[in-house]
Design a protein around this ligand. Structure first.
Ligand code: GLN
Length: 449
């Protein structure tokens, strides 16, 4: 059914960079055989899970939607993929993204722009736009994305699905093509809160191949939905977020959702995150610095695009030509920005300063969480915008991340939950939680659903 549905709508939605029907059917047959023999591997056995094209699946293309990796086939599985395989999930397709996950609209893909299934003239959000669109359009039962500054939550919000960025360290990053290593996390995009709990549980856990992976016990997220049901949560509204969001069309459904929580008997109070204004600047210094370093490995020598013409007498020229041809405009912009903020004359003024502000932003959250269980905010300042509307103005694109990036800087978990519509387009409510309290986030979201 998933394959049929994919074919029916893919020409319009364009969520996939590629898929392998024969391979998917073989995985599904193997699952059927296990079921028939009474050896089912659990709730995900036989469930088609779409995979963002920056996660390594052995034997499948891994393009990061970049010309640089257009012909690259992964020789190994990411840890989250290994876990899904061991639980019988059917890995289905390679989902489009902004090149190397840099963007908010999927328009930075070197191959195509994915359309929003709710309005094909609009972007699906990004960078996990393919993952959100495929989940929304029924082209997979659930999908995996990655979130460095909002790339799971913002497209989930624009496509009307549930998206969850786990606490930093909850899910192994081994096998995720690195964008900004201190911010990246892999997480689920699904059509229900329960599915998000299932998929998060499936991919969580310590991994010695990722040195930043935490040795923490994986909770039973699905059981938590029932166990925590009906709890009277104390929920905070960060006043800085609501001041800037007051007049945006995305606000009405968010305010209605807040009223709903009050009607359940939850206490809702204002909190302050005083360093919010600095979050976008801090993020775009740290993320570009890390990206410039991570992307240095794509050199045209080992496994990436190699220019056909270069000056054979100048060994550096092969790097320059290959990188000039292989990387798109936004990726180059970030490499240049990142190299600049790390350069010896400017390191203290930009990178070191940004690290200090990052600590202040994390402390804002620690303070707020002394008085509340979780925070409620809009996920995005606007619903999905029209294709082309922001693509010539990188700064306005960067500003569409204002509500999501702080969670990555602080390392805390965040979730986007569909809460209503504005002009026929879905709007997401963001729930931010304490580190490693994804069980609480999911339970709070489950009350609304
Ligand atoms: N939109 C943000 C950026 O362009 C976030 C991307 C992400 O989370 N991967 O960096």
């Amino acid at each position: 059914a998933t394959i049929a549905r994919t074919k029916q709508v893919e020409e319009k939605v364009g969520a996939f960079n590629s898929y392998d029907e024969v391979d998917a059917l073989a995985q599904a047959d193997a699952s059927d055989a296990r079921r028939a023999a009474g050896n089912s591997l659990g709730p995900l056995d036989g469930i088609p899970v779409g995979i963002k094209d920056n996660l390594a699946v052995n034997g499948q293309p891994l393009t990061c939607s970049s010309k640089m990796l257009e012909k690259f086939v992964s020789p190994y599985d990411a840890t989250c993929i290994e876990k899904l395989k061991s639980q019988g999930a059917v890995l289905w397709g390679r989902l489009n993204l902004d090149e190397y996950a840099m963007g908010s609209s999927t328009e930075n893909s070197a191959f195509k722009t994915t359309s929003n299934p709710w309005n094909l003239d609009c972007i699906p959000g990004g960078s996990s736009g393919g993952s959100a669109a495929a989940a929304a359009a029924g082209q997979a039962v659930m999908t995996l994305g990655s979130d460095t500054g909002g790339s799971i939550r913002q497209p989930a919000s624009h496509c009307g699905v549930v998206g969850l960025k786990p606490t930093y360290g909850r899910v192994s990053r081994y096998g995720l093509a690195a964008f900004a290593s201190s911010l990246d996390q892999v997480g689920p995009l699904t059509r229900s809160v329960k599915d998000a709990a299932l998929l998060l549980q499936a991919i969580s856990g310590h991994d010695e191949r990722d040195s930043t992976s935490y040795r923490t016990e994986t909770q039973n997220f699905v059981a938590a939905l029932e166990k925590l049901r009906g709890r009277k949560w104390t929920l905070g509204l960060p006043k800085e977020y609501f001041a800037s969001a007051a007049d945006t069309p995305a606000m009405k459904p968010v305010l209605e959702a807040i009223e709903f929580y009050k009607s359940l008997g939850c206490e809702v109070k204002e909190v302050s995150l005083p360093h919010t204004d600095y979050a976008v600047a801090t993020y775009y210094i740290i993320a570009t610095a890390e990206a410039s370093s991570n992307l240095a490995r794509y050199d045209g020598i080992r496994y990436t695009h190699r220019a056909e013409k270069f000056d054979a007498k100048d060994s550096v020229d092969i790097y320059c030509q290959s990188r000039a041809e292989g990387f798109g405009e936004e990726v180059k912009r970030r490499i240049i920005l990142g190299t600049y903020v790390l350069s010896s004359g400017y390191y203290d003024a930009y990178y070191l300063k940004a690290q200090k502000v990052r600590t202040l932003i994390r402390q804002d959250f620690e303070k707020a969480f002394e008085n509340v269980d979780a925070l409620l905010t809009p996920t995005s300042p606007t619903p999905a915008f029209k294709k082309g509307e922001k693509s010539s103005d990188p700064l306005s694109m960067y500003l569409s991340d204002i509500y999501t990036i702080s969670a990555n800087l602080a390392g805390i978990p965040g979730m986007s939950l569909p809460c209503g519509y504005s002009d026929g387009l879905p709007v997401g409510l963001q729930i931010l939680g304490k580190p490693f309290k994804e069980d609480e986030l999911l339970a709070i979201a489950n009350e609304f659903e």
